[in-house]
Write a protein of this length. Structure first.
Length: 287
């Protein structure tokens, strides 16, 4: 029996929907149904039943879920223990670019000073990819946006930054209202596939602004550099980085701005829990 199929069963039981489980796992509903049927065929009994628009566990399903949670936790600890011993104390991190360019170097510097024997492997990516890697135990800790759903109890979450939308403009334009800048100046768009970019796009629609769009980028630092070169203005989550401190850019607040929240996400049951908790301690001092 595939252990990944047991993880799928647990997720279906949690959300009560194969369609929602498929969305979170980035697979088709048919694939989710196939995995559940495979477990049922192996065990010779039904594990889920329809209840209106939802699915619920049968008595056998509850028993399998309870036993499988212990099995999956033991397997995760075994895998992490083997990897830790072979890697000499490695901690694997998935990180969004915004964190790479802001507080992460300070946090890693503090951590390395306390744990010089630990090798830190940092992989950059976007939030939904990083969360999936954490689910699959490919990384030990994630620095990402909060997922757009309630987190299962198996995960811990510590917020690090709340960043409202602002207009980035050249300093020569700093005295102009934000909405006027968005309507009149060339526009540099933050990638609409990213959480902050989606918020910016929604804000523009809400205020019925169709900007004169010339560029679309997935890097806040690159956008700041282009604003410094007078190539346009941008609507982005407010951020602070030593890379942008020397630039001639201004942060112009926007009315009724929404905010994005990103932080640190980890699995509570991990063989590297001690290392993770120490890293969280360093991070708390940087909030």
């Amino acid at each position: 029996m595939e252990t990944d199929f047991l993880k799928t069963l647990a997720l279906v039981a949690e959300v009560g929907s194969m369609a929602e489980a498929s969305r979170r796992l980035s697979i088709t509903p048919a694939a989710v149904a196939h995995q559940i049927r495979t477990i049922e065929q192996d065990l010779g009994m039904a594990l889920i039943v329809r209840a209106g628009r939802s699915v619920v566990l049968t008595g056998a399903g509850h028993l399998v879920l309870k036993q499988s949670q212990t099995l999956l936790a033991d397997l995760a600890r075994l895998r992490a223990s083997v990897q830790q011993s072979s890697a000499g104390g490695e901690l694997r991190m998935g990180v969004i670019n915004s964190a790479l360019h802001t507080f992460l170097p300070d946090m890693l510097g503090l951590y390395q000073a306390h744990h010089p024997e630990v090798r830190l492997h940092v992989h950059a990516g976007v939030s939904h990819q990083i969360f999936h890697q954490l689910q699959e135990d490919e990384i030990d800790i994630a620095i990402c946006l909060h997922p757009p759903f309630a987190l299962p109890k198996m995960f811990g979450w510590m917020p690090m930054r709340e960043e409202p939308l602002v207009v980035l403009a050249h300093k020569s334009l700093a005295d102009q209202p934000a909405l006027d800048l968005l309507r009149t100046q060339p526009f540099i768009r933050y990638d609409r596939h990213l959480g902050g970019g989606k918020q910016a796009a929604a804000y523009l629609r809400r205020h019925e602004i169709v900007p004169n769009e010339n560029f679309e980028l997935d890097s806040l630092v690159a956008i700041a550099l282009m604003v410094d070169r007078r190539l346009g203005v941008s609507l982005v989550p407010q951020f602070s980085s030593p890379l942008t401190a020397p630039l001639d850019i201004a942060v112009v607040p926007v009315p009724d701005a929404s905010s994005r929240v990103f932080g640190i996400l980890w699995k509570r049951a991990s063989a590297r829990s001690a290392l993770i908790q120490d890293l969280l301690g360093q991070a708390r001092g940087l909030r």
